[in-house]
Design a protein around this ligand. Structure first.
Ligand code: PEP
Ligand code: MN
Length: 366
């Protein structure tokens, strides 16, 4: 057991610095055979560096599958022995940390539902004191970088040296095609703040559905993430958790083949140019601005329905004046020119009136 541990830790150092680092495995460990078979098939792709599997699954509501618990830990040990893949599990309590370490789990990760709670993160951090194990920290469910940064600091203060970040998207307002909106600009800000940490993208929990995975994987690689964590299952549709987003190891292999890997060569000016990265951010921000504008129009339409019921005019000069004054004052603080914001507000107002007029004319909100 001891020799095995030393071997796997030595190879872990190499794995930690491999680019791109590919983590895969089922959302949840379900049965010994499922863990074993998934590990073997992932190993056979030759592309996977680390095997993930959830043993303890934090679920929003009780009564759903909450993971097999510690009895799954030996399954992972066996999968590691059989394939040589280091293994990682999610931990949310001190007891889970102790149990995972007692079973020589190579890497731990803190899930999005834990990162939101500083008490839980501190409990995990305290259990990590004096231990040498790599820890990956997912972003919190809500788009709050301070919570994410706080979790990193707690784990750092516990003395953990190998820390990584996992970007798995955020719960947000409005509708997006994603289960968790990527909000790439937040991920990029975090990457810039903690530039020495490993930075992994988790397309599975961003997408929530397998048909979107490839695009998000490519975007993450284009944004210079260090690696990807993608959920895989030997029989995805039958998975006990997150069935819609999992893919077979063979599908994963095919998706990884399709990715355009940017050159790691520092002479490759295109990929490494700051301009390229900034343009990606601009595209993403434009997309988010558009979504916000669409959402704003939807709210205006809801207001129009009330106005219609109560026979009130669309144009209410007093209210618009108030919006203008407030926005212009805020724009000045944000160093946006008065001229630009005035034009923007005029255009916004006209569009909003158009949407409201449609409602008053009896056209249903789209
Ligand atoms: C998971 O990785 O299976 C998981 C529960 O993810 P998250 O914490 O991102 O929801
Ligand atoms: Mn999952």
């Amino acid at each position: 057991m001891c020799a095995l541990q030393v071997n796997s830790l030595a190879s872990l150092e190499t794995i930690w610095s491999k680019r791109p680092l590919i983590i895969s495995g089922p959302c949840s460990a379900e049965t010994p055979a499922q863990v074993r078979e998934t590990a073997i098939q992932l190993k056979a792709t030759g592309k996977v560096d680390l095997l993930r599997a959830g043993i303890w699954k934090p679920r929003t509501k009780p009564g759903l599958f909450e993971g097999v618990g510690k009895k799954g830990l030996p399954w992972l040990q066996e999968a590691r022995q059989e394939t040589g893949l280091p293994v990682m599990v999610e931990v949310a309590t001190a007891k889970q940390v102790e149990e995972a370490l007692a079973h020589q789990i190579d890497v731990l990760w803190i899930g999005a539902r834990t990162t939101v709670n500083p008490f839980s993160v501190q409990e995990v951090a305290d259990a990590l004191k004096g231990v040498s194990v790599p820890v990956l920290i997912k972003n919190p469910i809500n788009p709050d970088l301070e919570l994410w940064a706080g979790a990193v600091e707690r784990v750092e203060r516990a003395g953990i040296k190998q820390i990584g970040l996992i970007h798995r998207g955020f719960s947000t307002f409005g509708q997006t095609p994603y289960r968790n909106a990527p909000l790439w600009h937040l991920a990029i800000e975090m990457k810039l703040r903690f530039s020495s940490l490993l930075f992994i993208n988790d397309p599975s929990h961003i997408c929530g559905r397998r048909d979107l995975l490839s695009d998000v994987m490519q975007r993450a690689i284009d944004l210079d993430f260090d690696g990807l964590m993608i959920e895989s299952h030997i029989n995805p549709d039958q998975a006990w958790s997150d069935a819609a987003q999992q893919v077979t190891p063979q599908e994963l292999d095919a998706m990884l083949r399709r990715i355009i890997w940017r050159s790691d060569d520092s002479n490759s000016s295109e990929y490494h140019s700051a301009l390229d990265q900034l343009r990606q951010q601009i595209n993403q921000l434009d997309e988010e601005v558009l979504q916000l504008l669409a959402r704003r129009m939807q709210v205006a339409e809801q207001i129009a329905l009330y106005k219609k019921e109560n026979n009130i005019t669309i144009l209410q000069a007093g209210r618009w004046q108030e919006i203008m004054e407030r926005t212009l004052a805020r724009a000045e603080q944000l160093k946006l020119s008065r001229q630009f914001i005035t034009q923007y507000l005029d255009a916004l107002h006209m569009e909003s009136i158009g949407h409201q007029q449609n409602i008053l004319d009896g056209n249903a909100a789209g």
